[in-house]
Design a protein around this ligand. Sequence first.
Ligand code: ZN
Ligand code: ZN
Length: 157
Amino acid sequence: MEEARQAARKFGQYFKMRHNQHGREDWVNIQWKPATIQHTFQRDGVSCGVFVMQMAKSVVEEFPRIPQIVKINPTKKQMCQYRGQMALDILRGSVLRDEYCSVCGLRDLPQSKKTCVWIQCERCQRWFHLECLKIAIPAKDVQWFCVLCLNPADSQA
Ligand SMILES: [Zn+2]
Ligand SMILES: [Zn+2]
């Protein structure tokens, strides 16, 4: 609870500073209160980011109500599914830029001795390094669609 109290105080200080420096009015008059949310515990040593993102997602989805408990299925299989879903969400929210790979965000693969092989999605026109997708070069007469176009957002709800 003491850490939550400190965090609440720092939030208040941050928004006051933002108000003073940049004149932003939003969130400056909120009374930040410390609280704790019960949550499922992580089972492995590598899924902290997945847990944090899932917890943040529950809070945002229930806003302005604060969830009392956040349940996350901590199995390896579910962690894998969360990772895949988050990758799709991030990719879907990304800005489409012609000269950059939509997975790694780079033009050229760093320290790669191989020549970069690029592929463009027939539908959304995003470009990808084949190496980032870990796929082989598709046959010449085959139309290729990226993971976003194969998993449209409206079919996932
Ligand atoms: Zn790439
Ligand atoms: Zn696409």
